[in-house]
Design a protein around this ligand. Structure first.
Ligand SMILES: [Zn+2]
Length: 309
């Protein structure tokens, strides 16, 4: 699918942002102000050669007749990203151990290509959709996707920490007796609060969360138990982000968040329960900082276009 907008004839300095996911690749064509002029998506294929081909194809697709005005391309992708070289490692869902993604895509397209971690790109995209008044302080982005991670943006720039590990909250072990995590620890937040966790705990529906919310609202005890596990961990995530980094805005995004306001309402309910027994928590005004990412905007691809410079 491709939507063409804009219509100006003298646009220059266009950028393309590409969000490479485990199942789909999305891209946007943006102007110098970050407005989306066109967007597209295609199914992701496994393998390094396939990813390079698919990235190049979707860049040409969204740019269309304006390919000659594109000045740079940004790519967000899961895994370990070396931003200085454009190399990516361990993109498990795409069967990639090591890929010179930036260099190879640049060679095929004849354009500068920047590569960053997908959560950092999505955080930047989410920041770009905030109203101006909310862009004064810091923003945390919680990516509730197959896994769980956070990204932080301040004054339009992604905060990374000294080694790039800032935001890897999915592998904070909060309960040593709980489920084994693929990272080698036990009881990681990701084992309770992620799309993967929900599929494990609720395999009878895909996606699980709309079904869990509906059945829990109808009094189903098992759905209520699973929802309780999710909400407890998600409220922990909000507290960890708020008390560790103190951002004024916390945006919940990622595939699991697409269920929309029922999730936000349930999370606010859990936070209010904590506030009711703790003046300290009430003073943090956590519920006021929460927002959901707008599911109609491809924030991963938008953010990837913003990392291209
Ligand atoms: Zn873990």
């Amino acid at each position: 699918m491709m939507m063409n907008g804009g219509g100006a004839t003298e646009i220059e300095n266009l950028r393309v942002g590409v969000d490479v996911g485990g199942t789909k690749i999305e891209a946007v064509l943006t102007d110098a102000a970050g407005a989306i002029l066109a967007s597209g998506r295609r199914t992701a294929r496994k393998g390094g050669n396939e990813v390079v081909e698919d990235v190049a194809a979707i860049v040409r697709q969204v740019a269309g007749m304006r390919f000659g005005d594109v000045r740079s391309v940004g790519i967000g992708i899961p895994g370990l990203v070396h931003r200085d070289t454009g190399q990516v490692e361990n993109v498990v869902n795409l069967g990639i151990e090591k890929l010179e993604l930036g260099g190879r895509a640049s060679g095929v397209l004849g354009l500068p290509v920047w590569v960053d971690n997908d959560v950092n790109a999505a955080a930047l995209g989410a920041y770009g959709t905030l109203p101006e008044r909310l862009r004064q302080g810091r923003m945390a982005f919680v990516n509730l996707g197959t896994g769980l991670a956070a990204g932080f943006v301040r004054a339009g720039l992604v905060e990374r920490g000294d080694t790039g590990a800032l935001g890897e909250i999915g592998h904070l072990p909060v309960d040593s007796n709980r489920v084994a995590c693929k990272c080698g620890q036990r009881g990681c937040l990701e084992t309770a609060c992620s799309g993967g966790a929900l599929r494990r705990m609720w395999p009878m529906a895909d996606p699980p969360l709309p079904d869990i919310l509906a059945k829990a609202a109808g009094g189903d005890a098992e759905a209520g138990r699973v929802l309780g596990i999710l909400l407890h961990a998600l409220a922990d995530v909000v507290q960890i982000v708020a008390q560790g980094e103190d951002p004024s805005v916390i945006v919940i995004g990622g595939g699991v968040s697409r269920v929309g306001s029922p999730l936000l309402d349930a999370l606010r309910g859990e936070l209010r329960r904590r506030e009711s027994s703790s003046g300290f928590i009430a003073g943090l005004r956590l519920t006021e900082r929460l927002r959901l990412a707008d599911p109609s905007i491809p924030i991963g691809a938008l953010g990837a276009s913003l990392i291209a410079c």
